[in-house]
Design a protein around this ligand. Structure first.
Ligand code: NI
Length: 155
């Protein structure tokens, strides 16, 4: 496994705004990418990472909101959203910034695993926020696009 360079907003020549392409075949390169993304996320002390953040425009996401439980999502698609939460959010690609976003309280995502098998994952609270945040990355969206107020307002 390798720690990859994190793409930062402002130094990315617009890469973070691009739409990632679906994974059509799960090649050894995709499996290595998943491994390296997990390593990179953990090293950066993050709880989620999208492939575009390491410079790869593919629809691949890793999430670890609960230490030791990694979710690997290939071609994720949110199929259900319920409720509302307003909580603080940040991004490894936008260091030092945070803000309150409004997200669904619970989401269900459909994705493929390493074997190409489809599965569904339902997350509430932080996991739901992470699923929304990371799948947004695949469509070139950043949390700063959906901030409703600054985190300081809640203090
Ligand atoms: Ni992010």
């Amino acid at each position: 496994m390798a720690v990859l360079n994190l793409v930062k907003e402002g130094q990315d020549e617009g890469l973070l705004r691009k739409i990632s392409r679906p994974v059509t075949e799960i090649t050894p390169r995709i499996l290595t990418l998943l491994d390296d993304m997990i390593e990179t996320m953990r090293r950066a002390d993050g709880c989620g990472l999208a492939a575009v953040q390491v410079g790869v425009l593919r629809r691949v996401v890793v999430i670890e909101t609960e230490p030791g439980t990694v979710h690997e999502l290939i071609n994720p698609e949110i199929i259900s959203r319920k409720g509302v939460q307003e909580e603080g959010e940040g991004c490894l690609s936008i260091p030092g910034e945070s803000g309150i976003t409004r997200r669904p309280m619970t989401v269900t995502v459909r994705a493929q695993n390493r074997k190409g098998e489809f599965f569904e994952l339902t997350g509430t609270g932080l996991l739901a926020r992470a699923i929304c945040h990371e799948t947004d990355h695949l469509d070139g969206k950043l949390f700063t696009d959906v901030v409703i107020r600054s985190t300081e307002d809640d203090e």
